[in-house]
Every structure is written in C-alpha cells, then in structure tokens.
Design a protein. Structure first.
Length: 100
C-alpha cells in the first residue's frame, strides 16, 4: 500500500475494501489524493471512493455511448468487496467492451 495523502474517510474506506478484497482472494493497490481514494485491481478494474460510496465501471452502454457504473455505500466494505469480486471474475472471463 502506498502512503496516500487525502481525507482520512476515503482512505480508511478503501483500505478496508482492500482488506475485504484480500479475503476474496483479490489483490488491490491503494492510492489516494485530491479527495478520492482508489483501489487498482490487476484486470484494469478500478474502484473509486469519496468517503461516502465506492463505485466501479461495469460495462459500456452502446446506445448512450457512455460507461456504466455500479456503486455501494462505503460503510459496508465487505459487501462491496463481494460485488467487486463478481465484477473481477466477469472481467477475467469476458473482454470488456470499450468506448469507441
């Protein structure tokens, strides 16, 4: 884990998420700054946190030409980690469509 600089709320939340992800068998690299903390996962999956919620990209909407995101309250890192673990498993089995 890097020594992040930023608001303690998002840093603590992402560190807790990182620990919960480790229990799911997933390693995340944690960074923080400018009011956000991030957990980078090796498949290119990134989870952002502002201290109130986690959010991560789940796909691409071709009709509206924009990314689709899921979110979870930052007060519940274990459940968020289970949801992120499902997205991680999906990312490892299917190539994600990308913006054109």
């Amino acid at each position: 884990m890097n020594s992040p600089v930023g608001n303690a709320t998002e840093i603590l939340a992402v560190r807790a998420l990182g620990q919960a992800l480790e229990r799911e068998g997933i390693t995340a690299e944690v960074h923080a700054g400018y009011g956000l903390a991030l957990a980078f996962i090796d498949t290119g999956l990134v989870v952002w946190c502002n201290g109130h919620r986690f959010w991560w990209r789940t796909g691409w909407n071709d009709r509206f030409h924009r990314a689709v995101y899921a979110w979870h309250p930052a007060i519940d890192p274990p459940r968020a980690a289970r949801r992120v673990a499902r997205q991680y498993a999906l990312a490892r089995t299917k190539p994600q469509s990308r913006a054109k």
